[in-house]
Design a protein around this ligand. Structure first.
Ligand code: 13P
Length: 255
């Protein structure tokens, strides 16, 4: 399978931005700008309390609303957490798991990322699984080893069938929120290394069918070049997903 057959997904990660009323205003602004852009799926992942407002505003449009995390247990004594069943009952299909900010600030490990991924998949959700190297790892030349290891650990026990509902977001940690972007060549090379790791686990067909996004300071200026690369099947966008015109330009670049 070549790139043309893979699903292209442009997803915004709002992080801890937008109250419900702000989300409503933003979706109302961006909705007409991305209407009819069928060359990619359009998703915004929102803080839990903002999801319902964003969904209401997005109703009837080509925009899907996702979550930014999910817990691995079905229910129980996990104060502050939200289960996959809670999300699916709210009509949430997409969920980001393993974002580097969760790994960095909230103690997420490959083991918890793996547990959350399996719980979300078992509930029928589509997972946007984030992974990527930190700056020191890139400088030491071990990026391939790091992303291969994360791919294997984060997907342990996930079946080839379930991989249909997994999107991988390659997010070099040094490029997130820093204004530094991986070059299109670096993004393409590392997405290809992740695809190689998938091929080792699941075989080439599954690897070639899996959507692999790039994330890390993707914006209206660099999106076209990044998205043109053969291994880059979309973007996971932070800062530029909070500005309707910038996000629209990225969606346009994906057409
Ligand atoms: P920025 O686009 O703000 O660098 O954030 C990227 C990101 O972390 C998306 O998940």
């Amino acid at each position: 399978m070549n790139k043309a057959k893979r699903k292209v997904v442009i997803a915004g990660n709002w992080k801890m931005n937008f109250t419900p009323s702000e989300a409503t205003a933003f979706i109302n602004e961006v909705k007409p700008l991305v209407a009819g852009k069928n060359g990619c799926e359009v998703v915004f992942c929102a803080p839990y309390v903002t999801i319902a407002a964003a969904q209401a505003a997005a109703q009837g449009s080509n925009i899907s609303i996702g979550a930014e995390n999910v817990h691995f247990a079905e229910k129980g004594a996990y104060t502050g957490e939200v289960s996959a069943k809670m999300l699916t009952e709210c009509g949430v299909k997409y969920v980001i798991i393993g974002h580097s900010e969760r790994r960095q600030y909230f103690g997420e490990t490959d083991a918890t990322v793996n547990a959350r991924t399996k719980a979300a998949l078992e509930a029928g959700m589509t997972v946007i699984l984030c992974l990527g190297e930190v700056k020191e790892q890139r400088l030491s030349g071990i990026t391939r080893e790091i992303v291969s290891m994360q791919t294997k650990l984060d997907l342990e026990g996930v079946t080839a069938e379930q991989m249909k509902n997994v999107i991988i977001a390659y997010e070099p940690v040094w490029a997130i929120g820093t204004g530094l972007t991986a070059t299109p060549e670096q993004a393409d090379e590392t997405c290809g290394q992740i695809r190689d790791a998938l091929a080792e686990i699941y075989g080439r067909d599954v690897a070639e069918a899996t959507t692999i996004q790039y994330g890390g300071s993707m914006n209206e200026k660099n999106a076209a070049e990044l998205l043109a690369k053969p291994n880059v099947d979309g973007g996971l966008i932070g800062g530029a997903s909070l500005v309707a015109e910038k996000f629209k330009a990225i969606v346009d670049a994906a057409q």
